[in-house]
Design a protein around this ligand. Structure first.
Ligand SMILES: Cc1cc2nc3c(=O)[nH]c(=O)nc-3n(C[C@H](O)[C@H](O)[C@H](O)COP(=O)(O)OP(=O)(O)OC[C@H]3O[C@@H](n4cnc5c(N)ncnc54)[C@H](O)[C@@H]3O)c2cc1C
Length: 489
């Protein structure tokens, strides 16, 4: 990516690995000069006296920490609102790397089934109260979808509300964002880590940026700072250096590890609708969200699927403090009352007295044979048991097991189809209508760096798009206003 900012002087600070580089840095008093509109050579060295980095341009600079969804979207928006603003995104790794792997490589961009913002906000275990306000009104899922469609990314909404590019390929989203950033003139720099940030008395930000491969350090002075560093510890450190606190990060959206050898044999079996309830010793009161309805999947490791992931998100903090131990109660036939289930099983017995129970599960239950066997095994009914020898009390117990099947949760799974972090900068420390810090003027946050996380279904990206958009709009308006003021002088 080329760096096309006008004149900035960056202090070139630390140890070079090569002797030549080290000598050159010394001879030039440790400064790097960034040439305006540089083409092939991006940097030229210049000898500038003094200790402080200097900016020789009247134009303002926004530095965005993090080239993920929130950072790139925010950078594009800021540059769209204020074309005069210099926008520089610093990314320590690869740009939009999570977008690439998201949604199994398809990128679940947002959710198309939440027209009502109050309903939408309810999908965020952290943030549900705060996000009911202006946040999604300014830029919600419909706005995000229009944004991508306007820029040529065709989208489709699946039955469960998840929105994907029609291409089924996250590259469509990445290519769109990168080409938009490029055509707006956003500078994207990768392989660089922002290691420290401080605010000067004049209200500007002094950033220390380490170039990883060269082991060099640059200092940059910015007028606006947008921290969109996701869940990284380094991003949290920057927030703390600028006066913010951090809600302890803990994982959210994970599968449950269940140690049950017979369950492992069901690996791959899916249930389209179950009710799952989590019981944790450290939670005495009734928390409605610790009961979820939806699809569930058996894995070789335990239990997964949307209903389980939602439970993990709502229970993230409690599960963390219980050491990921608890009881999971599953209702495998949520649409049937237990009494109806008992009579259904009794009728089955009476009709098929001479048949093996294993071979004659009531059709209405729509249970796969492997799972029916699992239930019978748990009841101690061996493979060749005939219905005739099933007692009424066994029928009651089978019905109870299907309605309240208990599993011991022994830990957190490693499955990472979608995985986010709960915790980060508390929402009480920012203005959600601008994304500006309440502690430090001209400092902004967006995305997962905040103490916001959603359940699966595109809600986490929506937080990133909305936050990035609001921050970018606010910064852009300020920068455009300042440029007008300068012009008027
Ligand atoms: C496997 C997986 C699949 C997912 N699938 C989906 C999905 O389909 N739909 C959905 O809604 N959500 C999904 N998510 C969640 C979603 O990816 C995140 O919520 C979202 O990426 C957050 O965006 P962000 O820009 O805030 O942070 P990130 O995407 O994490 O971007 C932050 C960037 O900042 C960089 N960075 C951090 N600190 C520094 C620093 N000091 N200096 C320079 N750079 C720094 C990081 O390298 C990173 O690239 C998935 C997550 C995972 C892990």
């Amino acid at each position: 990516m080329s760096f096309t900012l006008p004149r900035y002087f960056l202090r070139f600070h630390l140890s070079f690995t090569s002797r030549t580089a080290s000598t050159r840095a010394k001879n030039n008093h440790g400064y790097l000069f960034l040439a305006p509109k540089a083409n092939t050579t991006k940097f030229t060295t210049a000898s500038i006296p003094g200790d402080k980095p200097q900016k020789l341009s009247a134009e303002e600079l926004l530095v965005v920490v993090g080239g993920g969804a929130a950072g790139v979207y925010g950078a594009i928006r800021a540059k769209t609102v204020a074309s005069n603003l210099n926008v520089l995104v610093i990314e320590k790794g690869k740009l939009l790397s999570k977008v690439k792997i998201s949604g199994g490589g398809r990128c679940n961009v947002t959710n198309g089934h939440c027209a009502d913002n109050l309903v939408l906000a309810d999908h965020y275990p952290r943030g549900n109260k705060e996000l009911r306000g202006s946040f999604f009104n300014v830029h919600g899922p419909t706005d995000t979808m229009s944004w991508f469609v306007d820029k040529g990314v065709d989208l489709k909404t699946e039955d469960d509300g998840r929105v994907f590019p029609v291409s089924n390929n996250s590259s469509s989203v990445i290519d769109c964002l990168l080409s938009e950033a490029k055509c707006r003139g956003v500078s994207l720099q990768t392989g660089k880590l922002v290691t420290s940030a401080s605010a000067s008395a004049s209200g500007k930000f002094l950033l220390k940026i380490e170039k990883r491969t060269l082991k060099s350090v640059e200092l940059v002075e910015a007028d606006y700072l947008l921290i969109a560093s996701g869940s990284s510890q380094q991003g949290h450190n920057l927030a703390v250096q600028l006066g913010h606190s951090i809600v302890d990060p803990v994982p959210s959206l994970f599968t449950f590890k269940i140690e049950d050898a017979q369950l492992v044999e069901l690996s791959g079996v899916t249930f389209s609708k179950v009710i799952v309830k989590l019981k944790l010793e450290n939670v005495q009161r009734n928390i409605p969200q610790l009961t979820q309805v939806g699809p569930m999947l058996v894995t070789h490791w335990g239990l997964s699927g949307p209903a389980i992931l939602r439970l993990s998100a709502w229970g993230a903090r409690y599960l963390y403090s219980s050491g990921y131990k608890g009881k999971l109660i599953v209702d495998f036939v949520p649409d049937l009352h237990v009494e109806d289930l008992k009579s259904m099983l009794s009728q089955q017995k009476n009709r098929f007295l001479k048949q093996k129970v294993l071979n004659s599960c009531p059709m209405e239950l729509q249970l796969v044979k492997r799972f029916w066997k699992y239930i019978l095994d748990r009841e101690g009914l061996v493979g060749d048991t005939l219905w005739a020898s099933v007692s009424n009390s066994s029928i009651v117990s089978i019905a109870n097991l299907l309605k309240h099947c208990t599993f011991e949760v022994k830990g957190k799974g490693q499955f990472k189809d979608e995985f986010v972090t709960a915790g980060g900068v508390p929402l009480s420390e920012i203005h959600l209508n601008t994304m500006e810090s309440r502690i430090q003027p001209n400092l902004y946050f967006a995305g997962e760096v905040l103490n916001v996380d959603g359940v699966t279904g595109g809600f986490n990206f929506q937080n990133a798009w909305s936050g990035g958009y609001i921050a970018g709009s606010t910064i852009g308006r300020l920068a455009a206003g300042n440029a007008n003021l300068v012009g008027a002088l």
